[in-house]
Design a protein around this ligand. Structure first.
Ligand code: PLP
Length: 443
């Protein structure tokens, strides 16, 4: 490229961008480009409106194009564009941590900043190991996850994650997994929490018996598994995990990258379920998706064990990112929290959840539908795979919905819905009715 060539000379040249979690060859043969967004809607390059049924990728909880966030970002850029947080500080990172601590589940008021959910997970796993080491139990390094869990793509996250495609190509850390809780035989078409399956938490006891509690640092779960198709926890399940962890000195980590910031009608799922973990990861929705950021919420016990250990003047936790607590992301985050507060968005789902549940379960009699699950403003709809072509129906739904002007997420033959928390009852109706038509036309 010579100096005169504009960088964006040809926006339709698709070759250079190696797309994440995408069938690159298939996509580039028939690209789907979203060019702008406002409120509940995207607009495609050719000018068609697309109702956002997924909050982007579960992250745009206050809807698109929020002017207050844009203004705050601009102002911060012109005030302090970047400053390090290693052995230095800047005011807004302390302000944002304090604001997050105020809305955190009780006791989880020590905040470590990252740039993504994957980084939050790996940070939390390292904190768990550092906590035990600081307490003289450095042999506690094994980490426990769950089948069908998604904890991002770092080596820690894939080690505790439970999705084979994300694991099979790579090496993993010493980890083990309890069973998932998706039990079609007993729980199909449950509304809200499934009744059966709390006993699956007892798998953790078996793993403890196998490896020895003294080797285990932490158990990590998504309170509601999101990426695998919205799996709400069985009644009593999270309480049981908490009790087993407590009995064996194992830290409990909730991965709230999806469930944080109002998705269930409470600040966090920990509040919704009344179960408090020792560490909680977050990312999506912390800046309403406008800038990359994540945060780990730590209990005082975990924080103090690490930060009060070691000699005065020594760095206590050898971990952090160049952009941990980036001032511009903090400005976006503070403006986002203010919108959530002013518009009551962290609790709005409480008012919508009944309409949502009725609407999505209305699809129970649509063809090919084998299960529907819902909680808060999330839903998962399973379709029977087309014989010999698993995933094809899910992909057809994604394309058919896009054609009809609604964005949904398809993972295999599971359709996930998670609209922005500003969605109207009418828009919920439109998402579900469009889905009915598209599913009805499937072969
Ligand atoms: C529960 C959970 N943890 C971690 C992640 C990873 O987040 P990121 O893609 O920001 O790294 C995700 C992303 O979907 C997630 O759902």
């Amino acid at each position: 490229m010579d100096d005169a060539t504009p960088v964006l000379a040809n926006t339709t040249d698709l070759a250079a961008f190696w797309m994440p979690f995408t069938a690159n060859r298939q996509f580039k043969a028939a690209p789907r480009l979203l060019a702008s967004a406002s409120g509940m809607y995207y607009r495609t390059e050719d000018g068609r409106e697309v109702l956002d049924g997924t909050s982007g990728l579960w992250c745009v909880n206050a809807g698109h194009g929020r002017i207050d966030i844009a203004d705050a970002v601009h102002k911060q850029l012109m005030t302090l564009d970047y400053a390090p947080t290693f052995q230095m500080g800047h005011p807004i990172v302390f302000d944002f941590a304090t604001a997050l601590a105020k809305i955190a589940p009780t006791g989880l008021d020590r905040i470590f900043f990252t740039n993504s959910g994957s980084e939050s997970v790996d940070t939390a796993l390292k904190m768990a190991m550092a906590y035990h080491r600081a307490r003289g139990q450095g042999q506690r390094t094994r980490i426990i996850g769950r089948e069908k869990g998604y904890h991002g793509v770092g080596f820690g996250g894939i080690s505790v994650g439970g999705l084979v495609n994300n694991r099979r190509t790579f090496v993993t850390l010493p980890a083990d997994h309890i069973r998932h809780t998706h039990d079609m035989a007993r729980n199909a078409f449950s509304r809200g929490l499934p009744t059966h399956g709390a006993e699956r938490a007892d798998d953790l006891e078996q793993i403890i018996a196998l490896h020895g509690a003294e080797t285990i640092a932490a158990m990590i779960v998504e309170p509601v598994a999101g990426s695998t198709g919205v799996l709400p926890p069985p009644v009593g399940y999270l309480e049981r995990l908490r009790a087993i962890c407590d009995a064996h000195g194992i830290l409990l980590i909730f991965d709230e990258v999806i469930t944080g910031f109002g998705r269930l009608g409470s600040n966090f799922a920990a509040d919704h379920f009344g179960v408090t973990p020792d560490l909680m990861t977050s990312a999506k929705a912390i800046t309403n998706g406008v800038l990359p950021m994540g945060a780990v919420f730590a209990s005082r016990a975990v924080h103090d064990a690490i930060v009060q250990a070691g000699p005065e003047g020594a760095i206590e936790f050898f971990h952090g990112y160049t952009y941990s607590g980036h001032p511009v992301a903090c400005a976006a985050g503070l403006a986002t929290l203010e919108i959530y507060r002013r518009e009551g968005l962290l609790t709005r789902v409480g008012d919508l959840a009944a309409d949502w549940e009725t609407a999505v379960h209305g699809l129970a009699d649509a063809p090919h539908v084998t299960d529907i699950r819902n909680i808060g403003l999330m839903a998962g709809i399973d379709l029977a795979p087309r014989p010999g072509a698993p995933g094809a129906r899910g992909y057809d739904v994604l394309l058919g919905m896009l054609e009809a002007g609604v964005l949904v997420r398809a993972t295999g033959d599971t359709i996930a819905l998670s609209p922005p928390l500003i969605v109207s009852v009418g828009e919920i109706g439109r998402i579900v009715e469009t889905l009915r038509k598209v599913i009805s036309n499937l072969t």
